[in-house]
Design a protein around this ligand. Structure first.
Ligand code: ACM
Ligand code: ZN
Length: 711
């Protein structure tokens, strides 16, 4: 008897120990579930014996859960139809329990986990939450037979925005179908429900159109690509590829299973040079045109005065709608230069025929673009779909039914919401994931420029305060974009997306009022384990923050009173003049806050040394990034003064303009002069105009300077 009770006690102790050692699920995931209420009951044990039971219509969801558990824990779960059993993980539809679509509730008791959804999407997001809660560590992964403890309680969750998307551009660099599916998986993991697929551009047409086979026979390939940031050198590698309609249908089904709708974009009437290379008669000049080998904005656009061109676009859109069931069809509308239309007899005749007049806000050609966009919107709406266009389509009189995608900041979105349009916020200031994530761009894979760290994404406020609550309701969603001019491989797409997607999804799903970046980063650490599990490439800057160490040695100018005779450009002013002598150097990212930017007038800084000092040397750094319209200075002058009023020149220097054969980067400029004693020193740095071989020829170049040193 005594012996037996010892045994019982020992067994109890053992099982208690075993329980304590079970790895624990953690509901602190991304996006953060809105309501989590836990209790002290014994946790639910997820083990190889746990069965998934699904209600009618949720079989695929059950399979997803089983697959995810297998990925993480290394065992396949049995799946059965639910027939009132009181154990296992149960998936249920329960629309009456929720007041909005896509919502879910997870109820965890010691014996059973129930995932209830307002709809199948809601159940799917509940499954994503369970999946992301499971502990992931290399020692557990794939070993099979392991168990996890799920704390008991209730999780209730729902999205703030109905439209949650990312975009992908397979035109500048073709992205194979299998990789696009992985992208869809990434969206699903982040509770996104829309995928904006940009299928046509100057550099390549990517969707098979049966009525116009040349679009992919010719238009899907270019015979080389400009090297670097739009210099004068080209490689001679044929680049391209396209998706057949069957492949696209397969992709659409793949995404639909993951509750993601694919929005196709046919970008018009600009960004059409690849189509013009196939059908030159659709352009204003008749060509010839090539599938573009450069980046940027081509002046070769569709001729808006040619009925054949309009029929072509209508046919293409109809075939796109035959393949894509999407309720939204994106028809582009961005970056359409009007230089051809201004000269084209057909376009001008159309303007006359329609009685279009320019006014103080918009040219007659802007209104001609509105005519094209409105006409195509009717084609789309005739089939019960809605059009989305980039915010340029507000320039004119676009119909109120169009959804505006605000990319040049949030201003377009604000204007559109005031006018009654629905709006998707995708501003380049916060949501262009083709920008750098680190200031240390020399250590980054090359990209288009700009600086957009995870912190800045996380700060994004999609509901502008300028709008009334009623107007804010027009902001239906939030989206980030990945353009691929400088992204030639899918690993790089992933690197640009992750972990910025974590910040994006937190805004899309929760739009949190209170934001704590450090707490957020801790939750990102768990997501990182999922990236590792699925072999996703990601940027790791937020996990290993680097301490800034690029400072200059203290010199006569450091932290002395400094004034600028003319302020920098507003968007590159930051803390103002003191950026120039705070001791901190910039790195390659011109918008990191460590560089001041000037365009069209010189940097003219006066430093008060506070007492007369002997000096004979001035040095500063400037950035060259020709693709971003940033050139080296043309001319530098150093002047000194005893009273801060009368200045005398002590040194000056001409600097030759950087050519496309020269490297971009950060360069030091130094001026030596005879020793001079003075209390004030003035440095004047002038810039070039963009040269003839630059796409922005005739405009002033930018100059960016980080720090001025004097000794
Ligand atoms: C865009 O980035 N051109 C919409
Ligand atoms: Zn024309």
């Amino acid at each position: 008897m005594k012996k037996l009770s010892y045994l019982i006690v020992a067994a109890l102790l053992l099982s208690a120990c075993a329980k304590e050692q079970l790895p624990q699920a953690n509901y602190d995931i991304i996006p953060q579930p809105k309501e989590v209420t836990l209790n002290e009951e014994n946790p639910f044990e997820l083990s190889p014996k746990t069965v998934i039971r699904y209600e009618d219509g949720l079989q695929r969801e059950a399979q997803f859960l089983s697959e995810y558990v297998n990925d993480i824990m290394g065992f396949a779960m049995e799946i059965q139809e639910y027939q009132g059993q009181t154990d296992g993980i149960v998936l249920k539809l329960s629309p009456d329990d929720f007041d909005q679509a896509e919502a879910y509730e997870i109820n965890i008791t010691p014996k059973q986990v129930t995932v209830k959804g307002a709809d199948a999407s809601g159940v799917f997001y509940g499954i994503q939450t369970l999946r992301k809660s499971l502990p992931l560590s290399p020692s557990l992964r794939g070993v099979g037979g392991s168990k996890t403890a799920l704390s008991c309680g209730t999780i209730r969750d729902w999205p703030n925005f109905a439209y949650r998307a990312m975009h992908l551009d397979p035109c500048r660099h073709f992205i194979p179908l299998d990789s696009v599916k992985v992208y869809v998986d990434m969206l699903a993991m982040h509770n996104m429900n829309q995928f904006h697929f940009h299928l046509s551009d100057d550099q390549g047409w990517r969707m098979e159109i049966k009525k116009y086979p040349e679009l992919t026979e010719i238009g899907a390939y270019r015979n080389g690509t400009v090297i670097g940031h739009n210099g004068n050198l080209y490689d001679t590698i044929r680049h391209g590829g396209f998706y057949t309609q069957d492949e696209l249908r397969d992709l659409i089904n793949y995404a639909a299973e993951r509750h993601i709708n694919i929005i196709p974009e046919i970008d018009l009437p600009g960004h059409m040079q690849a189509a013009l290379a196939c059908y030159p008669q659709l352009g204003c000049t008749g060509g010839p045109y090539e599938v573009w080998r450069r980046w940027g904005v081509s002046e070769e656009v569709l001729c808006a005065g040619n009925e054949e061109t309009m029929r072509f676009v209508e046919d293409v859109l109809n075939e796109v709608m035959d393949v894509f069931p999407s309720p939204y069809i994106h028809i582009g509308g961005d970056e359409c230069p009007k230089v051809r239309w201004e000269q084209c007899p057909k376009c001008q005749a159309k303007i006359k025929e329609l009685g279009i007049k320019g006014d103080e806000r918009f040219s007659k050609e802007d209104y001609l673009q509105s005519y094209v966009m409105n006409r195509m919107a009717k084609v789309v709406e005739a089939r019960g779909r809605r059009v989305i266009g980039w915010d340029e389509i507000l320039e004119g009189n676009v119909s109120e039914t169009a959804i505006i995608m605000s990319w040049r900041g949030t201003e377009g979105g604000i204007e559109a919401a005031r006018k009654g349009h629905d709006v998707i916020m995708a501003p380049s200031s916060h949501l262009y994931f083709d920008y750098y994530q680190s200031e240390d761009i020399a250590s980054e894979p090359s990209c288009i420029g700009g600086y957009l760290p995870v912190e800045r994404v996380y700060e994004f406020q999609p509901l502008p305060e300028e709008l009334t609550p009623e107007q804010q309701k027009h902001i239906i969603g939030v989206q980030a974009n990945i353009w691929t001019e400088y992204i030639a491989h899918f690993w790089h797409v992933q690197y640009m997306a992750l972990p910025r997607m974590e910040a994006l999804t937190e805004i899309q799903w929760n739009n949190p009022k209170e934001r704590d970046f450090e707490v957020f980063v801790e939750r990102c650490r768990h997501m990182r384990q999922l990236y590792e599990l699925y072999h996703y490439t990601y940027a790791d800057h937020i996990f290993n923050p680097q301490v800034w160490a690029d400072t200059v040695a203290p010199n006569l100018a450091t932290r002395k009173p400094i004034t600028l005779r003319q302020q920098p450009a507003e968007q590159y002013t930051y803390e103002g003049a003191l950026v120039l002598n705070d001791g901190n150097l910039g790195r390659g990212a011109y918008n990191s806050g460590r560089w001041l930017g000037f365009c069209g007038y010189p940097l003219d800084a006066v430093i008060d040394l506070e007492q007369p000092a002997e000096m004979q040397h001035v040095r500063f750094h400037a950035l060259t990034n020709k693709g971003a319209w940033i050139y080296n200075p043309s001319h530098v002058k150093v002047l000194v003064s005893d009273d801060g009023e009368t200045f005398r020149e002590v040194a000056q220097k001409e600097i030759p303009i950087s050519t496309w054969a020269d490297n971009d980067g950060i360069f030091a400029y130094e001026l030596d002069f005879e020793p001079v004693t003075a209390k004030y020193v003035e440095v004047v740095v002038s810039g070039y105009d963009l040269p003839e071989d630059h796409s922005g020829f005739g405009n002033p170049a930018w100059i960016f300077v980080d720090e001025i040193e004097v000794w």
